[in-house]
Design a binder for this molecule. Sequence first.
Ligand SMILES: COc1ccc2c(ccc[n+]2C(=O)c2ccc(S(N)(=O)=O)cc2)c1
Ligand SMILES: [Zn+2]
Length: 262
Amino acid sequence: ACSSKFVLSQMHPMWQEPLAVPGGDRQSPIDIAVRKSVFDSKLKPLITDYDPKTCQQIWNNGYSFLVEYDDTTDKSTLKGGPLEDKFRLCQFHFHWGECNSWGSEHTVDRKLFPAELHLVHWNADKYSLFEEAVVEDNGLAVLGVFLKIGKRHEGLQKLVDALPTIRHKGSVVEFTKFDPACLLPPNIDNYWTYHGSLTTPPLTESVTWIVMKQHIEVSHDQLAVFRSLLFTAAEEEVQKSMVNNFRETQPLRGRTVRSSFT
Ligand SMILES: COc1ccc2c(ccc[n+]2C(=O)c2ccc(S(N)(=O)=O)cc2)c1
Ligand SMILES: [Zn+2]
């Protein structure tokens, strides 16, 4: 039973009605219908080059928790795959459910995963700041990785151990020397890619999505710690558990999802 103070799985206002963007015809997330995706042999392998020294802090922004990187130089970058330019890593975060039956944003043939990792990058060849890139068609590239419940993820544990120190919205702690490459699946050459949007406000249609076919495994207990976070700030009367912070899948509107594998 949940204690009186904590209203569990209170749907966060932002997610009660998935906001529709007027005229938005490239919204995210989507369902990836595998048999309708089109193999594109011109898609190159993805090249990630992350420097753990650029890791700066971890904080609760009231939607998710973010691990933020210094993106003032080209130290942590993503290129290749569907991308023409070099993109800089600015942050990664997750989306998850109140239970292990759902929580991911993208689905694969309508299959839901318990959580989804997003590594957010912006086009440093064309723009000089994230804020500039976030409103441009080719401004952002987000790498999505599905999480499944299984064996404990050793690399994730450092992050899980920091979560109790950022329980409330607005809390920030220093977090350094974390290599986000440890959160990628062994094979990053098998992925789907399509043009979409941010999945939280401002929902701007500036994202080249690259969703990994291969998932990573985390333990039940590790994911349970995600759910101990709160949407609410310390001073708020009613505390709300940070769960179900995912957006519903959006209409494809004629888009094609390409695959890098057959
Ligand atoms: C211009 O005002 C902004 C711009 C971006 C904001 C934001 C608030 C939260 C997240 N963001 C994000 O940057 C953001 C939001 C969603 C995602 S997602 N889930 O990867 O699509 C990535 C990044 C406000
Ligand atoms: Zn996200």
